[in-house]
Each structure stands twice: as structure tokens, then as C-alpha cells.
Write a protein that binds this ligand. Structure first.
Ligand code: ATP
Length: 246
């Protein structure tokens, strides 16, 4: 679904240069849930932004669904974000004047989906994230976890192949985090042709990650496969945290 090769990103700040990404090589396959962890400033958000075309790489290539992202013009990036990538941010990007329904429907209106189809899909998505009872609430009347679930439904609106999530459980309590994690897992089971890249510090995601990548100073310094149940035991969890460097 996505391929990054020899990817670099350098930010210039006056006289200073920050190498936010350094020789990243990565392939994301259908059905995969890839978790990215690493200390603050290690380049996690920059990596998601480069994949989404929001930030241009300084060197290297990004391909999403055969689209060469670094070469896309503005309309191409819009199409990428509208139809191929669903993004979920820590600071929910919901429109405050629209209800939950309106927010989930918005991307489908932009992509000119017929109304009947739209209404059906909004119902389906709200049901999936357990928010059907809150369909007519505006964001101010929703809790952090509920807003995040609406943001997730919105990201899935146009059925994108790739989901990018930046700290999706960063602002929610642990029960909501568990629900959000379960939803991501179910979405992949139901749609094995999709893939997800999740930046998180939250250990709940280790339970479902096919791969965990550790970034440090812009480089992938370690890669773990699926953790076994045994490794996820509290005792050994500490050891994993140690290795991850958090
Ligand atoms: P956090 O966990 O704190 O969100 P992160 O791992 O997501 O951190 P990034 O936000 O990707 O890290 O930042 C990587 C590096 O690039 C940091 O040193 C940051 O200061 C720098 N950086 C990010 N965006 C810009 C920008 N627009 N201009 C200049 N420097 C930037």
C-alpha cells in the first residue's frame, strides 16, 4: 500500500538545520497495523505528514497506492487526502458547528457521494464506533473519547486504503483508549485490504500491532514483530518499555 525509500527531511530554522527524518526505508502491506513509537522530537509526526503529502521530503520517494506522493501537485494531494488516506489527529479536527453526523458526512459531500449512499454510510460508521446515540450532538457536547471516535468515523468516511493516526488515544481515558484500539483492530479484520500506521505512546496498541517501529533522531533504530501474549505480561512489559526507550 505504501513504500518509502531513502527518505530524508531536513527542516531549516535560520542558521540551524534539523534532520527530522534520516534514510527511512519502509514498506506497508495490506492488512498491516504498524505502530510507530519513539521519544518526543524523533520524527514520528513528520513521517506521517510526509506520507500524507502534507510535508515535502527533502530527498527520497513516497508511494501510496502507486501514486508518487512527492511529485503530486495540490489537486493530487487533495485527492490523496480525500480518497486514499484517512488521517486522525490527537487534537480532533472536528468542525464545531456541525453535529457528529455532519462531521462524518463532510468528506463524502466533498467527494460528491450521492445523498442516500451518504446517509447509509454515516449510520454504518456511527454504529461501528458506538456513537449512534450521539449522532445529533455537536463536538462541545461530547467527551474527548467520543470526539475521537467521531474523528475516526470521519477518517473512514471515503473508505481510504491507508489510515494514519497520530496519538489517537492521547487525550482520552483508558477505557476509551481500549475501545478505540478495538475499533482499529475490527476495522482491519473487516477490511483486510487496508493498512494502518499509528503513532502512539500507548501500550494498548502493542497488543494488536503487526510491527512496532522505533524512531530515534529521525531513524528507524529497531523493529519488532508481533509481541506474544507472554511478552505482554506486565512483568515483561517493563522490559519491552526499556527496549523501546520510553
Ligand atoms: P512528538 O512526540 O513530540 O510529537 P515527534 O516524534 O512527532 O515528536 P516531529 O514533530 O516529527 O517529532 O519533529 C521532529 C523534529 O523536527 C523535531 O526536532 C522538530 O523540532 C522538528 N520540526 C518538526 N516540524 C518542523 C517545522 N515545521 N519546522 C522546523 N522544524 C520542525
Amino acid at each position: 500500500i505504501a513504500e518509502l525509500s531513502e527518505l530524508y527531511k531536513i527542516f531549516k530554522q535560520g542558521q540551524n538545520e534539523v534532520m527530522a527524518l534520516k534514510n527511512i526505508n519502509l514498506k506497508i502491506y495490506p492488512g498491516e497495523l504498524v505502530v510507530i513509537m519513539g521519544p518526543s522530537g524523533s520524527g514520528k509526526t513528520t513521517l506521517l505528514h510526509v506520507i500524507a503529502g502534507i510535508t515535502r521530503p527533502s530527498a527520497g520517494n513516497v508511494t501510496v497506492n502507486d501514486l508518487k506522493v512527492e511529485k503530486l501537485k495540490d489537486e493530487g494531494i487533495q485527492d490523496l487526502l480525500q480518497n486514499h488516506i484517512g488521517m486522525i489527529f490527537q487534537f480532533f479536527n472536528l468542525i464545531p458547528t456541525l453535529t457528529a453526523t455532519g462531521n462524518v458526512e463532510m468528506p463524502m459531500i466533498v467527494s460528491k457521494m450521492p445523498k442516500i449512499q451518504r446517509k447509509e454510510r454515516v449510520q454504518y460508521l456511527l454504529k461501528e464506533v458506538g456513537m449512534i446515540e450521539r449522532a445529533n450532538h455537536r463536538p462541545f457536547a461530547l467527551s474527548g473519547g467520543e470526539k475521537q471516535r467521531i474523528a475516526i468515523a470521519q477518517a473512514f468516511a471515503n473508505n481510504p486504503e491507508l489510515i494514519l493516526a497520530d496519538e489517537p488515544t492521547g487525550n482520552v481515558d483508558s477505557i476509551s483508549a481500549e475501545k478505540i484500539m478495538q475499533y482499529f483492530k475490527k476495522a482491519l479484520v473487516d477490511n483486510p485490504e487496508k493498512a494502518m500506521i499509528i503513532v502512539t505512546h500507548d501500550i494498548v496498541f502493542r497488543k494488536i500491532a503487526d510491527r512496532t517501529l522505533i524512531l530515534r533522531d529521525g531513524e528507524i533504530i529497531k523493529e519488532y514483530g508481533r509481541f506474544s501474549q507472554d511478552e505482554l505480561d506486565t512483568q515483561k512489559n517493563a522490559k519491552i518499555s526499556d527496549q523501546i526507550g520510553e
